[in-house]
Design a protein around this ligand. Structure first.
Ligand code: SF4
Length: 184
């Protein structure tokens, strides 16, 4: 309420659900069709005094902010050039790695741009796309995290070939995880 009247103080607090329409006793709220800022869930939670680090969702599940800095994350979907690559390390991770390691976000993703793929099931060779990403952006270093199973070795090979193909002289760190998430 602002000066006794209902007011939408910030447009990014509105998710467009329309739940307020029948709740208004005087029918004073209407929808206006125009471009508006995107709904910002984090801003809403902060305004309600709920720490976003741990918030309860439908069904009682608790969620915690992750370290993913951009979307999309799949190698096949991610753009070749984007500002979020610049000045940071690139993490190239096997799809299974984040499920094996409980501390994957803290250990590997924090401060890096993350891209993921499965060298066994994805019907592509990532080398060219990764080389294009590395050569087109100001990436400081590459970390590749694969699983110990033989099917995953293709990811490390693709990352190594991509760094070579990019022509950039940047360090590449290779990490292998056990199926229980330990670093081997
Ligand atoms: S290659 Fe095997 S271990 Fe690696 S992401 Fe694919 S299914 Fe998982």
């Amino acid at each position: 309420m602002v000066n006794g009247k209902a007011a939408l103080t910030r447009e990014d607090f509105c998710d467009g659900l329309g739940d307020c329409l029948p709740a208004c006793p005087t029918g004073a709220i209407t929808f206006e069709m125009r471009e508006a800022p995107a709904y910002d869930e984090k801003a809403v939670e902060e305004a309600k005094g709920i720490p976003m680090a741990v918030a309860k969702g439908p069904g009682g599940f608790t969620s915690k902010d992750g370290a993913l800095a951009q979307w999309p994350v799949q190698i096949r979907l991610i753009p070749t050039k984007a500002p979020y690559y610049d000045g940071k390390g690139l993490l190239i991770a096997a799809d299974c790695a984040a499920y094996a390691s409980g501390s994957f976000h803290d250990m590997f993703m924090k401060g890096r741009t993350t891209v993921i793929g499965c060298p066994k099931l994805d019907p592509v060779d990532y080398t060219e796309k990764l080389a294009a990403i590395i050569s087109s952006n100001d990436i400081t270093d590459v970390t590749v995290v694969g699983m110990e199973v033989p099917c995953c070795s293709g990811l490390t090979k693709a990352a190594e070939s991509a760094v070579k193909m990019s022509g950039k002289n940047i360090p590449i760190k290779k990490v292998t995880l056990s199926s229980r998430g330990g670093v081997l």
